[in-house]
Design a protein around this ligand. Structure first.
Ligand code: S3P
Length: 433
């Protein structure tokens, strides 16, 4: 599908967005192995989180509901059943990596696969710790999906994470629920901590220190009544759009601003963004707030070191914003971006150049000079949701009409993206490719 986006007038109004993708995955997975029915409201509408629901259903868990509200009838740690067919993770790295931690402990073999993009993403990072815990996993070329997971009794390990990945951390913690004794994850554990927060809410016994997290095996997990905060990574596209288009003023309600995700807000503020978070509350251990944003002239900045991991999903749209700042934006220590849904260093730089924006590709990041003007252009999402949405935002600041090929990719995390953009007053045209 193609979308046509023209220069926007000010974006004004108030928005509610669907539930956070990261939290929805975790609630669905943990609810499946908790005891009793867990109700989840404001569940993510994204295709990725529906891949997770499809997998847990295929594992014998009853999932009632539709839209954004589901009841997951958990059957306890040992209640999953051998699936009748291969499990389909679609485009979702979170589904395959996190669910594998649970599959590794099952007394049956399962196969899990994904689409062409997921089939090229590295799985060695979960295969290694899960095999150390006692599972046997066959994969394509020893590192890519599909995975054939021969589960069985697991033993606790102490595992030093080689990369700051919340998906890998989660995979090991979920596997640790099945091991006797204490499983520990050490090293760069300061990635998003939704798993730690949710596991505690469901009743697991966890300790969290700056470089070490432990989980006790064989807890009794109890069903909950949950509401997922709105997705900050989805909100990021509208925050960036408002910061880019003069006269804009938006309020986004009920957004998850867990401190391990909210680096985006601090970073934008540090560049001069006028942001306010008037109403804060805590929901099941997750911080939630309303975000108000106004058009602001931004200074530019550098994303590097531990900040890169904290902003990893927002880098495509920050790169777009960076070109319009005073001093530009540099991104370093971001080689993980090369193994996301696309090589996001390459796809961002390619699309920026199509808009006449200078951008340099670095081995572990990119350098985008500031003070640049966007030219309307034809882009490609390359099948990557965050690339489709980041360049729709860029198109708002370009004179003339831009065309985005593969616009349907946005549905992976944010199916309402195009309608929301249109509702905010942007002249948007859709056409079939
Ligand atoms: C996620 C972790 C990040 C992020 C992804 C979601 C999660 O991936 O990019 O979109 O929910 O844990 P990594 O764990 O690979 O860094």
């Amino acid at each position: 599908m193609q979308k046509r986006v023209s220069a926007a007038g000010p974006l004004r109004g108030s928005l509610s967005l669907a539930g956070d993708k990261s939290i929805s995955h975790r609630y669905a997975l943990i609810a499946s192995i908790a005891e009793g029915p867990t109700r989840i409201r404001n569940y993510s509408t994204g295709a990725d989180c529906h891949s997770t629901l499809g997998c847990v259903r295929a594992l014998g868990i009853e999932v009632e509901g539709a839209g954004t509200e589901f009841v997951i009838h958990g059957r306890g740690l040992d209640g999953l059943r051998a699936p009748a067919a291969d499990l389909d993770a679609g485009n979702s790295g979170s589904t395959i990596r996190m669910l594998s931690g649970i599959l590794a402990a099952q007394p049956f073999t399962s196969r899990i696969f994904g689409d062409a993009s997921l089939s090229r993403r590295p799985m060695q990072r979960i295969i290694q710790p899960l095999e150390e815990m006692g599972a046997r996993i066959r994969s394509r070329e020893g590192r890519f999906p599909p995975l054939e997971i021969h589960g069985g009794p697991l033993h606790a390990i102490e595992y030093a994470l080689p990369v700051a990945s919340a998906q890998v951390k989660t995979c090991i913690l979920l596997a640790g629920l099945y091991a006797e004794g204490e499983t520990a994850v050490t090293g760069p554990v300061a990635s998003r901590d939704h798993t730690e927060v949710a596991l505690r809410e469901f009743g697991a016994d966890l300790t969290v220190a700056p470089h070490r997290i432990t989980v006790e095996g064989r807890p009794k997990l109890t069903a909950l009544d949950l509401e997922v905060p709105s997705d900050l990574s989805s909100a990021a596209f509208f925050l960036a759009a408002a910061l880019l288009v003069p006269g804009s003023h938006l309020a986004i309600r009920g957004v998850g601003i867990n401190p391990t995700r909210a680096a985006l807000l601090d970073f934008l503020r540090g560049m001069g963004a006028r942001l306010r978070i008037p109403n804060l509350e805590s929901r099941h251990g997750e911080l939630v707030g309303e975000i108000e944003v106004e058009y602001s002239a931004l200074e530019g900045g550098a994303v590097e070191g531990p900040l890169t991991a904290a902003l990893i999903d927002e880098i495509p749209v920050l790169a777009v914003l960076g070109a319009a700042t005073e001093r530009g934006l540099t991104v370093r220590d971001a080689s993980e971006l090369r193994i996301k849904e696309t090589d996001r260093i390459r796809t961002v730089v390619e699309n920026l150049r199509r808009m006449g924006v200078a951008a340099e590709e670095l081995p572990d990041g990119m350098a985008i000079p500031g003070h640049q003007k966007f030219r309307a252009a034809q882009f490609d999402s390359f099948g990557d949701h965050r690339i489709a949405m980041a360049f729709a935002v860029a198109a708002l600041a370009a004179e003339g009409e831009s065309v985005i090929e593969g616009a349907e990719a946005a549905s992976v995390s944010f199916p309402e993206f195009w309608d929301t953009l249109e509702r905010l007053g942007n002249p948007l045209k859709a056409s079939r490719a």
